[in-house]
Design a protein around this ligand. Structure first.
Ligand code: HEC
Ligand code: HEC
Ligand code: HEC
Ligand code: HEC
Ligand code: HEC
Length: 305
């Protein structure tokens, strides 16, 4: 029987198979990069907000702390968007007639909240919680970028699973003292910028058991170096100069009772240890903050419940 296909058509068939394969791969790559593209992840987009609110003006310019407006970030899963009242506190006096602020005045008059458009929005099947991240030494800037330099808010990172896992597999490189979580410029411990940490003697698994400072405790007044950490301070109470935790921290009320109700031990000796690299500091904080292992933090149930 005569061959229906000669050698050359055989080669053609092979070539077209290879070609098809290549096209499939190319499509796969294209879809994958589409899935990661800023268009899908919404990275960098600045939605048209009802009011063009500037974090740069209010944070960098006026020096407002994040928790002045995002009041629940340390104690709940949500950071919270401030109510109109927060704006009116100041804008009843400043920029009172500005066209830009008309939606705020209207909201205040009618009681209907300002319709801010969400910038970050995880799918509902992902569990996320601010409280745990913030209280275990992950700063706002590690996830949101330099918010203090943003005239209009945008999403800095992809917020995709891979991004979360990248940190969960090795959180140590991103861990900082909890006193630095609002510090937008934090760059980790280094020989130029060492960090000193010591145990406060306070029991419990929380960050209160350790106190860190960016000022050499041995160079300051030795008496002050011995104190530190009024119980109940730190978490929850904004500290104006977070880097210098060396000043005795005024407690509320009489100065003797503190918010956690425990009897007062204002002077807590601290044996400071000096850290000149982020790797060392990260290791230390991993132990002190009781950070779970990579396996547990990357297991599906952690984020999909
Ligand atoms: C004066 C009040 C105020 C202060 C201070 C403030 N914010 Fe905001 N923040 C807002 C308002 C209002 C919005 C909603 C409008 C917008 O997205 O720009 C917002 C939105 C955000 C969002 C995006 C929310 C979303 O829709 O996904 C992030 C992230 C954020 N702020 C982080 C910070 C951080 C970090 C700081 C401190 C460096 C800070 N904010 C300080 C008022 C404030
Ligand atoms: C602590 C006081 C304070 C609070 C709280 C505050 N503002 Fe302002 N805001 C100011 C001041 C002061 C300026 C003028 C800043 C400048 O000109 O540099 C300003 C300016 C503005 C402007 C004009 C454009 C700009 O950014 O310069 C807008 C819009 C604005 N604020 C919106 C808001 C909104 C919305 C809120 C509530 C989420 C808010 N502000 C909360 C003090 C405040
Ligand atoms: C580990 C990463 C991470 C850290 C650290 C972090 N955020 Fe967020 N933030 C997110 C993610 C993810 C979302 C979106 C949550 C969602 O859609 O459910 C978000 C949403 C927000 C929102 C809007 C929605 C809400 O929860 O109310 C604000 C405001 C915000 N973050 C502020 C802050 C501030 C202020 C800090 C620092 C004190 C901070 N975030 C620290 C990841 C982080
Ligand atoms: C920069 C580092 C970092 C990033 C990014 C990050 N996480 Fe985490 N996450 C941590 C650390 C540290 C902990 C605390 C671990 C511990 O306590 O053992 C944690 C804990 C958690 C927990 C455990 C909460 C609990 O109550 O058990 C969940 C859930 C979680 N993260 C979800 C996410 C999701 C979802 C994302 C991405 C949108 C994300 N994280 C991004 C560092 C990070
Ligand atoms: C640290 C948190 C975290 C862990 C751990 C995690 N995921 Fe996810 N996962 C996410 C986030 C965030 C998204 C949303 C991604 C997006 O919006 O693009 C997601 C999305 C998904 C999706 C939807 C499809 C996709 O890829 O976008 C699937 C399926 C999924 N995860 C399965 C898993 C499985 C299986 C595991 C365990 C091996 C796991 N996840 C562990 C955070 C996590």
């Amino acid at each position: 029987m005569a061959q229906v296909f000669d050698r050359s058509s055989n080669a053609l068939a092979r070539a077209s198979l290879v070609l098809t394969g290549l096209i499939v791969i190319a499509l796969g790559v294209a879809l994958d990069s589409l899935q990661r593209s800023p268009w899908v992840t919404r990275q960098g987009q600045r939605p048209d907000q009802p009011i063009p609110f500037s974090h740069k003006h209010h944070v960098e310019g006026l020096g407002l702390q994040c928790q002045y407006c995002h009041t629940s970030v340390e104690k709940s899963s949500y950071a919270g968007i401030p109510p109109t009242k927060t704006c009116i506190n100041c804008h009843a006096q400043i920029w009172t007639n500005a066209e830009l602020l008309a939606p705020a005045r209207q909201s205040w008059a009618t009681g209907a909240s300002i319709q801010w458009i969400k910038v970050h929005d995880l799918p509902d099947y992902v569990y996320f919680n601010h409280e745990i991240h913030v209280n275990k030494g992950i700063g706002c800037a590690s996830c949101h970028g330099r918010v203090d330099e943003m005239p209009l808010m945008y999403q800095q990172n992809t917020l995709q699973m891979e991004w979360c896992l990248n940190c969960h597999r090795n959180p140590a490189v991103n861990l900082r003292p909890t006193s630095e979580i609002y510090n937008m410029a934090w760059a980790g411990a280094s020989s130029d910028k060492p960090v000193w940490c010591g145990q406060t003697g306070k029991s419990g698994p929380t960050a209160q058991a350790v106190n860190c400072t960016t000022k050499d405790p041995n160079n300051s007044n030795p008496e002050i170096a011995m104190l530190q950490v009024a119980p109940g301070s730190g978490r929850g109470q904004p500290q104006p100069n977070s880097g210098t935790s060396m000043q005795p921290i005024p407690t509320s009320g009489s100065g003797q009772t503190v918010s956690d109700g425990s009897p007062n031990a204002l002077l807590v000796p601290v044996n400071y240890q000096k850290f000149t690299s982020q790797i060392e500091l990260g290791k230390y904080l991993t132990t002190q903050y009781h950070i779970r292992g990579a396996n547990e933090l990357s297991s599906c149930e952690t984020c999909h419940r």
